[in-house]
Design a binder for this molecule. Structure first.
Ligand SMILES: [Zn+2]
Ligand SMILES: [Zn+2]
Length: 436
């Protein structure tokens, strides 16, 4: 239980906040009407490009409010959220083109649980300059506001944000993102795994990163799951920056709050996957969470059922995580025993329980019906939304919401990525890289 303390508070306390409608930020949704001008047909080589109408209603478009704490190179506040969403047809393919700085407008009112969770961090003494957070219950904390953390100095000194992020991740920088999403995705049989770095955009322009943090216990085996391994490395909105790019690996209650998603109906669109399909929030209907079809392996089971020789040891991996009936093979190098302590990049100690690594999961092949999702974490439930992904959470026995693998779309994209995509296909065993 202890290992999920931070997530617990991020998820539960902010959800409570959402339910109580205590978020004081007002989200202004300026729906920008894209004008239908069939005017400029740019003839660059053989490529033809025409502007077109697209549905921009899901996006948080803003060109007026600026971040109080995150500034650009000239010291001016960065414009928050998304600046424009326009339709464009290139060589007969229709795209939604999104421009954003990647800086969200997350204003959070601190609850007792949140303050307690900050001060209960295992390394609170050194994580905070004064040994504890400087904010109190009821304080409103703006994105990037100093709450007493000993933030990494990377970027922070010049562009702001020092004290808002725990030691480890750098501070976010203004992004100049232009992302193309296909309006009508084309499904693919190719095994196109979500890789490190940006795999989609939330509707407020922040980047979506996949399940991985680029680290593994063995060499190309036992890949960390970021929502677990980086649980002490995210801010009070469940996000952090890598090389300046602010991103989410899992559900953020701060975005839920902005979108007024209180779980009493199918969640709204939280973002778009790089393959063009929308990513909805965690709810399928009133009080019903969408259900991931990925399950934890039982390391005490027989080898035919995905277990290893000795219960509790990570000595084998699945032949095919999409088909557990193919059994197991010996691991290239053994992972830590179930529950054994491992040390994270930020020098926190976390028990590597079942569910700490990618290799701990398999696709259950459950029938896709109702709230049940498929192997890509999406479904078409026949409700008129078409195929869509879900952010996935599970509810603990005490009502606490926890991120549920694969957390967002993935591990593979359902549709093909266009040439001009912000992401590129990765392979399932190619998740190593600089820590995002
Ligand atoms: Zn759904
Ligand atoms: Zn990350």
């Amino acid at each position: 239980m202890k290992k999920f303390n931070i997530l617990n508070y991020i998820l539960s306390s902010l959800l409570v906040c959402t339910l109580a409608a205590c978020d004081s930020s007002d989200t202004e949704e300026t729906t920008e009407e894209t004008t239908t001008e069939e005017t400029t047909t740019e003839e660059t080589t053989e490529e033809t490009s025409t502007s077109t109408d697209v549905d921009t209603s899901a996006w948080l478009i803003n060109n007026s409010t600026i971040s109080t704490y995150i500034s650009d190179d000239s010291g001016n506040g960065v414009v928050e959220d998304v600046q424009s969403v326009e339709g464009e047809i290139i060589d007969d393919v229709e795209y939604m083109v999104v421009k954003t700085t990647g800086i969200p407008k997350y204003d959070v009112t601190m609850t007792q649980d949140m303050v307690d969770a900050l001060n209960d961090r295992p390394k609170a003494n050194s994580d905070f300059s004064g040994g504890e957070t400087t904010v109190s219950v009821g304080d409103e904390v703006l994105f990037g506001q100093d709450i007493g953390y000993n933030s990494s100095s990377e970027y922070c000194d010049d562009t702001g944000g020092a004290g808002y992020w725990p030691p480890g991740p750098g501070c976010p920088l203004e992004q100049d993102t232009e992302a193309y999403f296909t309006v009508e995705p084309t499904d693919t049989d190719e095994e196109c795994a979500t890789g490190l770095n940006t795999v989609g955009l939330m509707v407020n322009g922040t980047a979506i990163f996949n399940w991985g943090d680029g680290m593994s216990y063995g060499s190309n085996q036992w890949y960390n799951l970021a929502p677990v391994a980086e649980q002490y490395d995210v801010d009070i909105c469940g996000g952090h920056a890598a090389n300046g790019t602010y991103h989410h690996h899992f559900y953020t209650s701060c975005l839920a709050s902005l979108l007024e998603d209180d779980g009493d109906e199918h969640s709204p669109i939280y973002g778009f996957s790089a393959d063009g399909y929308p990513l909805y929030g965690p709810y399928e209907s009133d009080g019903q969470l969408a259900i991931s079809a990925w399950e934890k392996r039982d390391y005490g089971a027989s080898e035919a059922e995905g277990g290893c020789d000795t219960p509790g040891e990570r000595t084998c991996v699945l032949v095919d995580e999409y088909d557990i009936s193919q059994g197991v093979v010996a691991a290239d190098s053994n992972g830590p025993d179930i529950g054994e302590d491992v040390t994270t990049l930020s020098s926190n100690t976390i028990a590597a329980d079942d569910g700490y690594y990618y290799e701990d999961y398999y696709y259950s092949q459950a029938t896709v019906t109702g709230a049940m999702l498929d192997e890509n974490n999406g479904h078409d439930s026949g409700d008129g939304k078409g195929y869509h992904y879900h952010i996935t959470l599970t509810e603990d026995t005490d009502g606490t919401l926890l991120p549920s693998f694969p957390y967002q779309m993935g591990p593979r994209f359902k549709a093909e990525l266009p040439d001009n995509s912000i992401a590129s296909c990765s392979t399932d065993d190619e998740q190593q890289g600089p820590p995002p």
